[in-house]
Design a protein. Sequence first.
Length: 415
Amino acid sequence: MHPVVTTALVTVAAALFAITLVVINHRIVRRLGRRSVLLAELATHAHRPMLVAATVAAIQFAVRFSTGYGVGEPWRRTTLHLLVLATIAFCAWLVGAVLLAMEDTTLARFRVDVPDNRHARRLHTQVVMLRRVTIAVIVLLTVGVMLMTFPAVRGIGASLLASAGVIGVVAALAAQSVLGNVIAGLQLAFSDAVRIDDVVVVEGEWGRIEELTLSYVVLHIWDDRRLILPTSYFTTKPFQNWTRTRAAVLGTAEFDLDWSVPVQAMREELRRLVESTDLWDGRVCVLQVTEATGGTVRLRALVSAADSPSLWDLRCLVREHLVRWVRDQRPTALPRWRAEVGDGRELLDWLDLRRRPAGDVRVADADRAPDDARELDGDPPDDARLFGGGAEGEARASVFVGRDETTGPDRRQQD
């Protein structure tokens, strides 16, 4: 029989044998995958690269052992070299598929579509970073091994190793920013400073971390824009992370009103509003006067929500409702400028109580709720205190209070 025909028959037989083994192995693994997530992922991701790598390897061995060294030596050498390169490439594909299947198995154990997903998002961020590094390393090693199969490359390998120090310094200087971003990306992944799906405020923009790579971070802004930032930005500049420890956040709505505004009545209206909506998480509902200068008083409504989207809607709802309430129920509390003219002694009728007739009730007194009078005489109610008035407020106050020196051990010994 002609050597070429023999080689072709042996090659076809080896390829069929390899394909048969891979198909049988795939069916066994897929059946076992009903009980194992890892085997199921391997059956899904590694079947095709395993089939191609085994077939190419079988063809290589068939050509190598079915052809002699005497006849067709250039053809044989070129064919075997190409088959070796293909075997290396497809084996690298197989290794990458196995590693990706293992990573997907790890991610499947931690769901991110649940309310308390901080740990899962942290793990997803780290695994995604490791996946990108793994693929890059496999590609570099594969290219290096394929180049080493060429005799010319092996011959200059010693000289390349001798000058590796100089080349490394030049490459490091040329790729300083790239390497800095890569190191910053790894730092972000393992320092837990920012994770995928974290809500952050960067450069005055509020959005969600949509993608985190080794070189850049994609911020999905609330109005569907995308802000692309280098990873080194998050390690060199300050930014706000609203979901660093938990998703629940606080928000404010401020109002500049006249001094005659009934604070307690407005506080009770705020309480009725938040209790009637599902946007409020039931933690914080406080109305306080934060400033009283320039002819107006500034009232700050502080409310809480389970997450930042709910907080945004809740703040807008509070503004809209309280603006309508002041306009309809307390129009005298709307911001205004006053101009009063007195006599030469700067005496005004409304300041002189002796000139006020019996039964004269001013507008401010008429608008004042009964609770406002009690508020001026005693302690403010619980919903007027941010740092106190309840378990939540006391816990918040304890975070911002340092060590009490008067109750320290030295002080007790002196007493």
